[in-house]
Design a protein around this ligand. Structure first.
Ligand SMILES: [Zn+2]
Length: 487
């Protein structure tokens, strides 16, 4: 069984792995968008070195944009076969892809207007796809994958298991004549407030493992919740607006649930909560249909007919006008808005209105890439550019790291514990992070290799080969900007 990666090799974005089986059958695992800066995003336009029409199947591990975002493009380029996923992944993928198409088209129009003024229209790349393309891709979804149940995919026995990363996320056990392979997809943080832990994997001959946070340890969930509660109480005392930039899928639901808990228990006063993200509101509906997938506390709340994602003071803000009107609301209030790295979306106008006021609090609950607006604020910038204006940073900034949806180093090592002694192929990580993880594998008697971009890897069996040749230095800079994977 051979692997070739066209994304998430020496980087954390654009997951797309091609498996070639005996007899030339080809299965694509994930079809994600590259995110995080124009250089990285330009890679989305690259042609594939294979003919999409000749693929036998596509399997999606979960609905984050960096795992599903190039699917409509694959269909535009000729793919017409089945796209397997779990039912919750199908539900979330619709929200994620339609939003992506809207951003593609809006971004294109904006770039074109700017380019016209500079007489360089010819340089503007067309949108990757539009809403119509998304609907053609959604029509190919086969949400038939169930955790623990085998499905035959192009003659390969595929068993999805719970990955505990976001709603519906799966890792895959693939069995063929060569042996047993595990494709990890993205694995979850076992200290998550919403997701059940990943299922311990069975013995395998090879594991293709994500390594996003393979060099880190996250805080425990109770500590994270206490830290969040402290930040909120301090912020309420400051009597201003509390801004929480948040991604629409999983992070918004995690934060809403935490707010409900803290307000219901009286730890945090019941001040208004504005969810200023129609996409997050839509994604939350998908969670209602799959309560059994969530931690018992949330599942039981749903079974009792209550909404675990709705603090009693919640207002869902739908239109742009309503969003503007929040800024005229007097008194303290919590505003959750996208996007999580503050590089666009409604959070920007809230920041422009409030970041310069000393009473404002900014609570950061997601990873911020250094080049993003959020990254500049975290680094301590005195002023930042927002919507073409210089804005002073006078707000209190709180950073809370424990809300990550990704496995940390201990989670990844725990995942490998039950897998026997597989060869471990590292993907979905930055080179320095993967380099730091290799000795941890060796200490447990496991052999590991870094999968290079577009390199043909023989994953297992007698002829297995691939990985970094001895002595080859990998340039961490060339491997791209780190983004909070998938959001
Ligand atoms: Zn993900």
């Amino acid at each position: 069984m051979r692997l070739q990666s066209f994304g998430a090799a020496c980087t954390v974005t654009g997951s797309m792995h091609l498996l070639t089986l005996d007899g030339g059958r080809r299965i694509l695992i994930d079809c994600g968008l590259f995110q995080g800066g124009s250089e990285m995003e330009a890679r989305n336009h690259e042609p594939y070195p294979f003919d999409p029409a000749e693929l036998d199947a596509v399997i999606l591990t979960h609905a984050h944009l960096d795992h599903v975002g190039r699917l409509p493009l694959l269909v535009n380029r000729g793919y017409r076969g089945p796209v397997y996923c779990t039912p919750p992944t199908a539900a979330l993928a619709e929200t994620v892809l339609l939003d992506s198409a809207r951003l593609q088209v809006e971004g294109y129009r904006q770039d074109l207007r700017r380019a016209r003024r500079q007489d360089r229209e010819h340089e503007v790349l067309p949108p990757l796809y539009d809403e119509e393309d998304v609907h053609r891709a959604l029509a190919l979804l086969r949400p038939v994958l169930e955790f623990g149940q085998h499905t035959d995919v192009a003659g390969l026995r595929v068993t999805p298991e719970r990955a505990g990363h976001i709603l519906g996320s799966a890792y895959l056990l693939l069995e063929c004549r060569d042996g047993r392979l595990i494709m990890s997809g993205d694995l979850g943080n076992r200290e998550s407030g919403l997701q059940l832990d990943f299922t311990p994997p069975p013995q395998a001959d090879a594991v293709v493992l994500e390594t996003t946070y393979a060099n880190r340890t996250h805080r425990a969930w109770p500590e994270t919740l206490a830290e969040f509660s402290n930040a909120l109480r301090q912020s309420v005392r400051a009597n201003g607006k509390i801004l929480i930039p948040s991604f629409a899928i999983e992070r918004s639901q995690t934060i809403l649930h935490a707010l409900k808990k803290l307000m219901d228990s009286g730890e945090v006063p019941r001040i208004p909560v504005f969810l200023d993200s129609p996409m997050a509101a839509r994604a939350t509906r998908a969670y209602f249909g799959f309560g059994d997938e969530l931690v018992p506390e949330v599942r039981d709340t749903l079974r009792a007919g209550e909404d675990p994602f709705a603090p009693s003071t919640l207002h869902e803000v739908l239109t742009g006008d309503e969003s503007q009107r929040i800024n005229r609301y007097d008194g303290p209030a919590i505003i959750l808005a996208g996007n999580g790295m503050m590089t666009g979306g409604r959070i920007q106008h809230h920041l422009r209105h409030h970041l310069w006021k000393p009473g404002t609090s900014l609570i950061i609950v997601s990873y911020q890439s250094p080049s993003s607006l959020g990254g500049q604020i975290v680094a301590g910038a005195d002023t930042v550019q927002i919507m073409g204006e210089n804005i002073a940073v006078r707000a209190q900034v709180h950073t809370i790291g424990g809300f990550s949806a990704h496995a940390d180093q201990e989670d990844l090592l725990a995942f490998l514990e039950t897998a026997g002694s597989p060869h471990v192929w590292l993907v979905h990580g930055e080179v320095p992070v993967m380099d730091a993880f290799l000795p941890k594998l060796a200490a447990r008697g496991l052999k590991g290799d870094i999968v290079l971009d577009r390199q043909e890897v023989e994953l297992m069996g007698s002829g297995f080969s691939g990985g970094r040749p001895p002595g080859l230095a990998l340039d961490p800079v060339a491997t791209g900007v780190k983004v909070e994977a998938g959001e």
